[in-house]
Design a protein around this ligand. Structure first.
Ligand SMILES: [Zn+2]
Length: 88
């Protein structure tokens, strides 16, 4: 004799349980970029601000955010060749 397995009552119940387990995917435009790391070279200016030189990722077209975790390599103002790392 085979024991009958109990099934969830409705599809709606099953879906609700699935939705509770599933984390919010957030913006669909940059979902696959989140959690990645990008290296960018930036240059420090005299006033203390920095401008991107190379490698800075484009913002998401949908939400306007840059989802990658950016590791900036800073080229100090007036001192080419001397660089210091910074994680943002
Ligand atoms: Zn986005």
């Amino acid at each position: 004799m085979v024991a009958q397995r109990r099934l969830p009552t409705t599809l709606r119940t099953r879906l609700r349980h699935l939705e509770q387990k599933w984390p919010d995917p957030g913006c669909l435009g940059c979902r696959d970029r989140r959690g990645r790391i990008a290296f960018a070279l930036v240059r420090a200016l005299a006033d203390g601000s920095v401008v991107p030189v190379a490698g800075y990722p484009e913002p998401c077209e949908r939400c306007g955010q840059v989802p990658e975790r950016i590791i900036r390599e800073i080229e100090p103002y007036g001192a080419p060749g001397r660089r210091t790392g910074s994680v943002t």
